[in-house]
Design a protein around this ligand. Structure first.
Ligand code: ADP
Length: 248
């Protein structure tokens, strides 16, 4: 992977919600293959930035360049998904009465836009892809179990798997370890690192223990803009970060 090639470049981004500026003059860049954590106090604009990157929210000003040329601000949400940007929302989107592997196959075929999503025959290439991602999310042993019988953590991994099997280049995750047990949280952190071997991942995270343990690079946001960026050690030593977190 080429870590020097920017996959996302956001310039002078502004997002208004009924006159309220949730994002104000934000510049942000992401290299391909990065695992980037977005942190910052509540209301800083982290979720809004993810919403802009997946096309759910339209900027009022600024550029959102994907791979240097495509301006995401000019595309609809479904087009952006087709371009290779996957977003996991907090509301679950798995089918609880289907098995783990059926959920994954469904998602894989959805991407292809086949009408006969459920009855289509699985090709050897698709089987291989299925097994690869089952392994990656650690659910190989549960492939034939109903998704509804999974633990909270396993359901989250299945959802991530459903995004991964569509092979997006950029994956956007909002608090992927929320509500998980300690061991599930640990596995989620490891999963994020495995994913970022091939794909670029942006994670919005409030759990600072999780960030300390798994983040290499963090972007600290505050009041709709980037306050600072760097390794966790670097940003923790930044006086401005202490100020916004302690509310001084
Ligand atoms: P964070 O994820 O960092 O907690 P958000 O991106 O959710 O912050 O929100 C940034 C600011 O924008 C907050 O003040 C929030 O209340 C406001 N906001 C977010 N979404 C909307 C919306 N749809 N309408 C109006 N205000 C919103």
């Amino acid at each position: 992977k080429n870590v020097s090639e920017p996959i996302v470049r956001v310039e002078k981004l502004e997002v208004n919600f009924d006159g309220f500026k949730a994002i104000r003059g934000l510049d942000f860049a992401l290299s391909a293959g990065e695992l980037r954590f977005l942190i910052g106090p509540n209301g800083a604009g982290k979720t809004t930035l993810l919403d802009v990157l997946c096309g759910k929210v339209k900027p009022s000003q600024g550029k959102v360049l994907f791979k240097g040329q495509t301006d995401l601000a000019r595309h609809q949400e479904h087009q952006i998904a087709q371009l290779g940007i996957g977003r996991k929302f907090q509301a679950p989107s798995i089918f609880v009465t289907l098995t783990v592997q059926e959920n994954l196959l469904l998602s894989m075929r959805q991407k292809r836009g086949l009408l006969s999503t459920l009855v289509a025959k699985t090709t050897p290439e698709q089987r291989e892809r299925l097994h690869h991602y089952l392994e990656m999310i650690g659910l190989t042993d549960k492939a034939r179990e109903k998704a509804g019988s999974l633990s909270h953590g396993e359901k989250q991994w299945l959802e991530i798997g459903m995004l991964l099997i569509q092979e997006p280049e950029l994956l956007l995750l909002d608090e992927p370890a929320a509500g998980m047990t300690d061991s599930e949280t640990e596995k989620t952190g490891e999963l994020l690192h495995r994913i970022s071997d091939k794909q670029t991942v942006v994670v919005v995270e409030h759990d600072m223990d999780f960030v300390r343990q798994f983040a290499k690079t963090v972007t600290v946001m505050h009041e709709g803009t980037v306050l600072c960026e760097g390794t966790m050690a670097e940003v923790q030593n930044d006086d401005r970060v202490a100020e916004v977190y302690l509310g001084r």
